[in-house]
Design a protein around this ligand. Structure first.
Ligand code: G6P
Length: 614
């Protein structure tokens, strides 16, 4: 998730672009850059790392002009570095591009460009675009004509903006799919562009949203919108009434709520480009190098992660054992690192970490590597320590997670673990191609289903308000939704400061039943999979002891209402994918209980986002 800005007018563009980027830095801070038009020349300044580094570069080598574009990067293709920083320029350094998203078919597009002699200077997927534009501009086309010919050839998700010294005083912006916003802000004798509203509010409150498939052609005095076919599109203007703090959270009260609502989009980003169209096989980026032969030889997988990442690890065990038939164990990193664990060379250690900096997870990775195991890290933060020390890395592509309580990183971890299980199963031949196709089709449908779950938020909120005063909660699940019960309880306790316990429902008779009375709300995950009947029996046991049951059930379950006091419903999917849907209302429930209590939701007391000390 990157941030893009643009300005065309009569003022000096550089400080305006930098201040817009400052507001977008939450979207990524692996590098930043600007391209400004100065005396018919295009000047580019870029720096690795945070925006302040770019500010220093500009101070040493100032650049000014009245139009330009700027970018702050959350690296996806190509490590964080200056040469991978945007804007990217063509061979003659006259045209520049900035991009948010992933161009899935960039490798295919690159081949003819290399053959034609284009010189690439980065490892990014983005750079192909500017070389394609270069070819079109050479034919004497305007910037928008060139963009109209290039952008439809891009597959994947993208928000793009271009400037060219060949067509000065103009920015052309395009939105390829649903991923990444492109918003035009209207000023007097000047116009602006940004990925989201916070970067525009300093200058204007009147904006238009570029929709997927549309282009915007922006000059100082005019903004035109075009469709894919180049025909003009009529666009309405919207007046934004947000204050600056609301704006940074995109209108949500807390980052946590914003991040929960981002899930359909970030899940799409996670899945993008992960299946080879020809073979139907799961493929990861070049950062996963494990050979098929080594996958076939694996005797054991150990999954590890702290906190929420640890619950994802537990779900990973269910996924990998079921789909790839490799025995898995799950470890708590702070225990593993000091236990003198048995590590073997035919073992794969899968380390899950959003930040890639959790100290115990890093120490557990070291321990595994010392013993000769291969380490695969599933990480969100590119360039983090875990991503640097692991043999293989799968990125979550969830964008920056700001709320201490992890939500979108959890669901994208589950999606990546599912992909990993299919990847391993395909290489070990545990299912045929037809079955794999079905498993993957269901996965790709998930973002739409998560959207449907989010639409139920008002009901979950009402329930949270009803139960917000309870001092204890119990969460029950079975099978692959046992980890969901643990994660649901974990989230409730860290945010609401109430005691909450998650348990495997089959364990109730071994102690938990003693807790049940009329004051204990029990959240029971009772989806229509192989564990349904057993869960209904557990629910009845709770009811028989006067407990209150909130059931999480499928939307076509007509019977559940007679067993539970309240029901939260989610759509049906493959049972192995159901944790991704089931956890969303549980996160929302925890959020609304905590918010109702007036707690600091984004920064719960005594907790930190990345635990870098023991
Ligand atoms: C902290 C955070 C949690 C997170 C855990 C592991 O406790 O508050 O949200 O799940 O660390 O962090 P990691 O970055 O390794 O996933």
């Amino acid at each position: 998730m990157c941030g893009i800005v643009g300005y065309v007018g009569s003022r000096d563009a550089t400080p305006l672009l930098v201040s817009g980027l400052r507001r977008l830095e939450y979207r990524g801070y692996d590098s930043a850059g600007v391209a400004v038009q100065e005396d018919g020349q295009l000047e580019v300044r870029r720096a690795e790392g945070k925006l302040d580094n770019l500010v220093q570069v500009i101070a040493q080598k100032p650049v000014s002009g009245t139009s330009g574009i700027g970018h702050t990067r959350w690296a996806t293709h190509g490590r964080p570095s200056e040469h991978n920083a945007h804007p990217h320029v063509d061979c003659g350094a006259v045209t520049a591009v900035i991009h948010n998203g992933i161009i899935e078919n960039f490798e295919e597009l690159k081949v003819p460009l290399l053959r034609a002699g284009h010189r690439f200077t980065s490892e990014t997927d983005t750079e192909v675009v500017v070389h394609m534009l270069e070819d079109e501009l050479k034919q004497g086309r305007s910037l928008e004509e060139a963009a109209l010919r290039v952008v439809p050839r891009l597959e994947g998700a993208a928000a793009l903006a271009f400037v060219s010294a060949k067509d000065p005083g103009k920015i052309v912006a395009a939105r390829v799919s649903n991923a990444g916003g492109v918003i035009v802000g209207y000023g007097k004798g000047e116009n602006h562009l940004a990925s989201d509203i916070p970067a525009l509010l300093e200058h204007t409150r009147t904006v238009s949203f570029v929709e997927p498939g549309e282009f915007a052609v922006i000059t100082a005095n005019e903004v035109r919108f075009l469709g894919r076919d180049g025909r003009p599109v009529e666009k309405s203007r919207t007046t934004i009434t947000w204050d600056p703090v609301t704006a940074a959270k995109a209108g949500y009260k807390h980052f946590m709520l914003k991040e929960i609502h981002e899930q359909p989009r970030v899940l799409s980003d996670t899945l993008l480009g992960r299946v080879d169209r020809g073979s139907g096989r799961v493929i990861f980026d070049e950062d996963v190098r494990i050979a098929d032969e080594q996958v076939r030889r694996l005797q054991r997988i150990t999954l590890l992660g702290c906190g929420t990442a640890g619950y994802a690890a537990l779900a990973g065990k269910y996924l990998i054992e079921r789909l790839a038939r490799i025995p898995c164990d799950v470890e708590i990193p702070s225990e593993y690192r000091y236990r003198d664990p048995v590590v073997t060379q035919d073992q794969l250690v899968v380390a899950l970490t959003q930040s890639g900096e959790t100290v115990d997870t890093l120490a557990a990775i070291d321990e595994a590597r010392k013993g000769g195991a291969r380490v695969l890290a599933i990480v969100n933060a590119m360039g983090s320590q875990a991503s640097r020390v692991a043999d293989d890395v799968i990125y979550l592509h969830a964008g920056p997670e700001i709320s201490v309580a992890s939500t979108k990183a959890y669901t994208t971890m589950l999606a990546d673990l599912y992909l990993l299980a299919v990847f391993l199963g395909q290489r070990r031949g545990t299912f045929d191609q037809g079955a794999a196709g079905k498993l993957l089709a269901e996965l790709f449908h998930l973002p739409t289903l998560v959207d449907a779950v989010l639409a139920e938020e008002p009901k979950v909120k009402a329930l949270a308000y009803r139960y917000h005063q309870s001092k204890d909660f119990l969460y029950l699940g079975r099978g692959i939704n046992y980890p969901t019960a643990l994660e649901g309880a974990h989230k409730l306790k860290e945010l609401s400061y109430s005691h909450a316990e998650g348990a495997a429902a089959g364990e109730m008779k071994h102690g938990i039943n003693a807790l049940i009375d009329e004051s204990l709300p029990v959240v029971a995950i009772a989806l229509q999979d192989g564990t349904y009947r057993k869960m209904v029996s557990n629910i009845q046991e709770v009811r028989a002891r006067a407990g209150t049951v909130i059931a999480l059930a499928n939307d076509d379950d007509e019977d559940i209402g007679q067993h539970a006091s309240d029901v939260i419903r989610i759509p049906r999917t493959n049972d192995l994918l159901s944790p991704i849907l089931a956890v969303v209302p549980l996160h929302l429930f925890a959020y609304h209980v905590a918010d109702r209590r007036g707690n600091d939701v984004d920064q719960p007391r005594n907790l930190a986002k990345a635990v870098t000390v023991e």
